[in-house]
Design a protein around this ligand. Sequence first.
Ligand SMILES: [Ca+2]
Ligand SMILES: [Ca+2]
Length: 497
Amino acid sequence: MKMAAEVRWLLVFLICCAVSPGRGETPHRKFEYKYSFKPPYLAQKDGSIPFWEYGGNAIASSENVRVAPSLRSQKGAIWAKQPINFDWWEVDIVFRITGRGRIGADGLAVWYTTAKGAYNGTVFGSSDMWTGLGIFFDSFDNDNKHNNPYIMAVVNDGTKVFDHTSDGSSQQLAGCLRDFRNKPFATRARIEYYKNTLTLMFHNGMTKNEQDYDICFRVDNVVLPKNGYFGISAATGGLADDHDVLHFLTTSLYPPGQLPVDGHKVSVEEQAKLNKEYLDYQKKLEEQKNEYRKEHPDRPLKSEFEDYFETQNQRELRQVFDAQGQMFEMLRELHNKLDEVVGRQEITLSLMTQQAGGAKVSGSQAGQPALLDTIRRQEVDAVLNNQNIILSTAREIKSFVNEVHSKAESILNNQARAPTAQVQPMGYDYQSLISEMRDGLNTLKRDIRQTNTGNDCPTTNCLTTTMFLLFVGIQMIILLAYSLYRDNKEAQMKKLY
Ligand SMILES: [Ca+2]
Ligand SMILES: [Ca+2]
């Protein structure tokens, strides 16, 4: 049942995906020429720019719009004539801010506001307290925090006064520190407002590569008023830069499936009108060109050849920039390759560590000898130590055994000597007894002889032989009994040992 539920959910998910193909897919794009300008023939002969109006100190030429020239206290602006009729958009501007000084002023602003601003306002040449979005390229460091040139976005609801003294740092929605002044190539900004996400990509003008953008900021949940006007303004102060805008290209963005259907119907009617407008414009342009050629018969030739000739300095500069551009390209390639190499190295390292881990477990042939060698040495040391210990203990045991042996020998000797020592007194006793008995007998014989020779006493009456033999027999029996008693006593003593 659980599996079935999961499968059902998966199906629902797949159906959702099929029904609304790619919420994250790239939007439909449509170039909006009515909100764009670009060279060549950016401005017409009369100085007007189709679908745009400019004022203040702004100057338009066929190549660019100089919104504020490098003179003191200049202000200018250019505004689209029509408000936009789409919700999401992308604006690509190509611009150059150049000046002789190390520091420039004041900066350039790109606007998207509910109403066209002034041509000589206080915020980078246009009106303060605007309603909508202002993107400022602020050259001059008013608050002296060494954080300019700076790019920032400020959204205003028509009530806030821009804080120039702090360079708008407290009011900015987002920003980034980028140097956009005096670059070898034109700087570019790509401002995208799509599904309430505002993104600013910036090209620093250091390379020829037109796609060399990096992100300045991306902000979600940005709500801008609908049907606003696009505009650009610029201002100079005590210091001055030329603020030139070369391209202003607007693209409307439509989420997939949201391209206006009725727009197509309208365009059928409008198309003829627009085609006519376009043809008129082309005709007018040709007429102007012809007039220009008539008025300046020598100019076209000159301008044609101007492209072929360049001064020494120009050539050197061009060569330097070309070389620099090539170096940048090579560096980027190298960087990419380095990343690739590092990635591969990491992969191989991880693989190697994995293998090493496996080798420890399985005992691979590569790691074995080194490991065994170290173990052998340790083992040999241990064995030697053990041997030494064993030798010393063996010596101790040997000396102990010798001691025991000598002691045993001495004991054995003592034991061997012991019976003689014990027997001796017995022998001595017997011998002394026998000698005593002999002495006794001798003295008895002498006494008998003396009595026999000296006194009249009858020998037979005094001591008869039977009496003598009886006496001796009794004495012998006593001696035997005594010796038997001694033997018995000794046997008992031995048993006790
Ligand atoms: Ca400033
Ligand atoms: Ca500042």
